[in-house]
Write a protein that binds this ligand. Structure first.
Ligand SMILES: [Zn+2]
Length: 353
């Protein structure tokens, strides 16, 4: 007789044959930026060439604005932001990100090292030399188009940065004390805000879920109907994750992760997403969808996932891999409280200084 605990198996089938998500050309969504002086200043004669070669990977998540895809040097753009934010904000965001594109093109290692620092610790974002350089350039443009000091400050502030870092950062911006310039309201650019995600049926990729007791506990007799109604979208983002999109509930799935991860891991992420759907629909969610990730509904769904993971003999370390996206979206103290509430160990803090 073997003394080993038998590994728990989940009786489901995952269809891994997924088309790779395509990136969109930058110029399909952002036209005319080659005419913007603040952009020409960055790339000079290479402006057209750089913008023509640039691509966008969309991120269907409300918390995501714009960023750089460090793996391939393209842009990451939040679809909710693109659809709903004022033109002026999108315009400045693009000016900002294009500075990063140039940083990465000209000093790749420096860019990568600095980028990783705040990916691992959000508190370092406003202290980052790549951000200070990009924001300084953007602030000059914001002043040129007539934004007031207060408007610029509120544009710059995302989340709740450490007070000291924020103060130093604002000083670096050298905001003008003069009266604002005459307001520019027309920009020489055109922005296409609509994106059309490719959606598939959940049941095409996740089979046998309707037979699992843990899933039936969630939806009872409506299990088949609920699963049949779920749509999925595959994306190429840095975190391996499955989550329901905040706007229409379709599942957002990281392509590479879905193709390569062990079945149990994919199952637990799908189980988590199903729990999130259930909690959000039962009115447990936050009133403002922007607060969703810190709501009791989210905590409830994660608790259910942790419980199921423990039943499947997953280690704490394995369980923590399902919290990657959350650890990025949440401020550090909130994330620490979240882990504590789930009975999970705090990750060792390896940050120096
Ligand atoms: Zn930046």
């Amino acid at each position: 007789m073997s003394s080993k605990t038998p590994r728990q198996r989940v009786p489901i089938k995952i269809n891994r044959k997924v088309p790779k998500p395509a990136l969109a050309p930058f110029t399909d969504h952002f036209q005319g930026f080659e005419r913007v002086e603040a952009v020409r200043k960055v790339f000079g004669d290479r402006t057209e060439e750089v913008l023509k070669g640039l691509k966008i990977g969309f991120v269907p998540n409300r918390q995501m604005y714009m960023g750089i895809r460090d793996n391939d040097g393209n842009l990451a753009v939040g679809t909710h932001h693109l659809k709903n934010s004022p033109t002026q904000m999108l315009y400045l965001d693009v000016v900002h990100e294009l500075v990063h594109i140039n940083q990465r093109m000209t000093r790749r290692k420096w860019f990568h090292d600095e980028f990783m620092k705040f990916i691992e610790d959000r508190g370092l974002y406003y202290a980052s030399p790549i951000e200070i350089q990009a924001y300084e350039h953007t602030v000059r443009e914001a002043e040129r188009i007539g934004m007031s000091r207060d408007e610029i400050t509120s544009y710059l502030r995302i989340g709740d940065p450490p007070a000291n870092t924020w103060r130093k950062f604002l000083k670096e911006m050298k905001l003008s004390a003069k009266q604002p310039n005459k307001r520019v309201t027309r920009f020489p650019v055109k922005i296409k805000r609509e994106t059309t995600p490719k959606l598939y049926a959940f049941t095409e990729f996740f089979q046998g879920f309707e037979r699992l007791p843990a899933v039936r506990d969630l939806f009872g007799d409506s299990t088949e109907a609920v699963l049949a109604g779920i749509k999925v979208q595959f994306v190429d983002i840095p975190w391996g994750t499955i989550y329901p999109n905040e706007d229409d509930g379709h599942f957002v799935i990281t392509h590479g992760y879905f193709v390569k991860s062990p079945t149990t891991s994919v199952y637990l992420d799908a189980f988590l997403a199903l729990n999130l759907v259930k909690s959000f629909s039962s009115g447990n969610g936050a009133k403002d969808p922007d607060d969703l990730w810190e709501s009791p509904a989210t905590l409830g769904a994660y608790s259910a996932m942790v419980k199921e993971a423990r039943r499947l003999a997953q280690s704490d370390e394995q369980i923590l891999t399902h919290l990657q996206l959350l650890s990025f979206l949440m401020p550090k103290p909130a994330y620490a409280r979240f882990l504590k509430a789930l009975g999970l160990p705090q990750k060792q803090d390896t940050t120096v200084g």
